[in-house]
Design a protein around this ligand. Structure first.
Ligand code: ADP
Ligand code: MG
Length: 475
């Protein structure tokens, strides 16, 4: 049998496959193509510079062993970075020949047709000086639909996500806004949509970014005087995913630039996916024109998962990690940790760790100890009823008075304080707080929060109220 690049590489792969985790093999080795063999040097093609760096950092030893077995001591591995979506001139952007004879890198480019001829695309993800760069999607392949379990709490958001993934830009869910409390799966779902799109439409440019990083990049671009490059970069994205947009609150410059990018993408049929810890009506200090854009598409809420969903999330995690655990223990954990999937996973992980480090069997008692620590460490959420009771006791009035329509100053203030603390200490929306505290609307609650903020900086007596009540309400 003649020796070809393919046959040499296949033998290497067989060896590598036996020696690393299946997931890692799939992620880092399956995408590689063997392209050329000349004497003792094998050229493999990898999809990005990042990929090359990752291989060099994590798998260089095993690659060397495998290749030496095939081609002898003088074996050489050459990486060819074949990038999708590169842009600009055709010179290789980097050539790296390390001092050892082990690796050499040569980059090749492929042009993507862009409708304008601007000479250079500045990619804020990349250190300046490197010219032709593929836009890395920044997606985490571990956050996919397969391991995003379905339940009543996430059905709408999940199916909207799937719809968007199968027809990005082509549904009325544009933008798709996923909102919900901490640890309920916003980031996971946002990545899953991106990962699925990448899978179905490899030619599309997908980009995931947190609103925080987006803001930093924007500020940098202003400093460096290349705000237009920043905008231009974002305007060529096909699917833009921005996580935690509530972070843009109060940042008018960033909101402004995002507004322009959003309009451009939307007009061109590109898909925008956003996540937020609040519903649009409850977002504060976000410009109205931007808020109204958020409402153009679909806002889908992720709610706290019910018991069954919590059990299946845990079981799925255990299964994926190859750990066995008795059902009653899984159910015990699911029953006691309710509001946050991240904590749910955290509790199971520490349970596994406890049992393996201390060589203890996983028992209900051990589960109780672990769960107790979790429940204690996480601040218990106070209820709006409880807040109303504490506030009315403090001002020596009853709850009916607190909720009444009167405009007497001290009652109005008590009511405003109750609203303020409800906003601060619960995850309830402004609308829901309003309806629970004397059937007011969300604007009244918003006004109350602002008034309390103002008064507590200008009025000493009032500040004392806030401090006293904070102490009483701290759990
Ligand atoms: P958020 O961004 O809303 O704070 P994350 O997306 O970071 O929450 O989710 C927290 C953790 O819970 C992650 O490890 C995620 O994988 C897991 N998770 C959330 N929802 C689900 C789900 N439906 N199925 C499986 N795991 C989930
Ligand atoms: Mg998140």
């Amino acid at each position: 049998m003649s020796v070809t690049a393919q046959s040499v590489w296949n033998n290497c792969l067989e060896f590598i496959k036996d020696n690393i985790q299946p997931q890692a093999y799939k992620t880092w080795f399956e995408p590689i193509l063997a392209v050329k063999l000349s004497e003792n040097s094998l050229s493999i093609q990898v999809p990005s510079k990042f990929f090359y760096e990752w291989l060099e950092e994590h798998y260089v030893k095993i690659l060397k062993v495998a290749l030496t077995k095939e081609l002898g001591e003088t074996a050489k591995l050459v990486y060819i970075i074949k990038m999708e979506n590169t842009y600009g001139n055709k010179q290789p952007f980097t050539e790296r020949i390390p001092s050892s004879n082990r690796t050499a890198v040569k980059a090749q480019d492929v042009d993507i047709p862009l409708n304008n001829k601007s000479p250079e695309l500045r990619n804020p993800f990349v250190i300046p000086g490197i010219r032709n760069v593929k836009i890395e999607s920044q997606l985490n392949p571990n956050y996919n639909f397969e391991n995003f379990l379905e339940g009543d709490s996430n059905r709408l958001a999940r199916s909207a996500g799937l719809a968007v993934a199968s027809k990005p830009g082509g549904t009325s869910f544009n933008p798709l806004l996923i909102f919900g409390g901490v640890g309920l799966g916003k980031t996971h779902l946002a990545h899953a949509i991106g990962v699925d799109i990448k899978d179905k439409y490899p030619e599309k440019t997908v980009l995931y970014i947190s609103a925080e990083k987006f803001t930093q990049q924007y500020i940098d671009s202003v400093k460096k005087n290349n705000r237009n490059d920043f905008i231009h970069f974002y305007q060529i994205i096909d699917i833009l995913i921005i996580d935690d947009v509530q972070f843009l609150s109060g940042k008018t410059g960033t909101q402004d630039v995002f507004f322009h990018i959003f309009n451009h993408l939307h007009q061109n049929g590109k898909q925008v996916i956003l996540t937020s810890d609040k519903a649009p009506v409850d977002m504060q200090d976000i410009e109205q024109r931007l808020l109204s854009r958020f409402k153009w598409g679909l806002s889908a809420e992720l709610q706290s998962p019910d018991f069954e969903t919590r059990v299946s999330i845990l079981k799925n995690k255990l299964y994926r990690d190859g750990v066995e655990m008795p059902d009653d223990i899984v159910e015990y954990v699911a029953k006691n940790i309710k509001s946050n999937i991240r904590e749910l996973e955290g509790a199971i992980i520490s349970l596994i760790a406890q049992s393996s480090f201390n060589k203890k069997e996983i028992t209900i008692d051990l589960a109780k100890q672990v769960v107790e620590k979790f429940v204690k460490n996480t601040k218990r959420e106070v209820s709006i009823d409880y807040i109303q009771k504490i506030v009315s006791d403090y001002f020596q009035m009853d709850i009916d008075t607190l909720q009444s329509k009167t405009r007497k100053r001290h009652i109005v203030q008590a009511r405003q304080l109750a609203m303020f603390f409800a906003k601060k200490l619960t995850k309830a929306s402004l609308a829901s707080i309003g309806s629970q505290i004397g059937k007011r609307d969300h604007a009244t609650v918003l006004h109350a929060c602002k008034t309390v903020d103002n008064l507590s900086t200008t009025d000493k007596q009032f500040r004392k109220y806030v401090e006293d009540l904070s102490k009483k309400l701290s759990v």
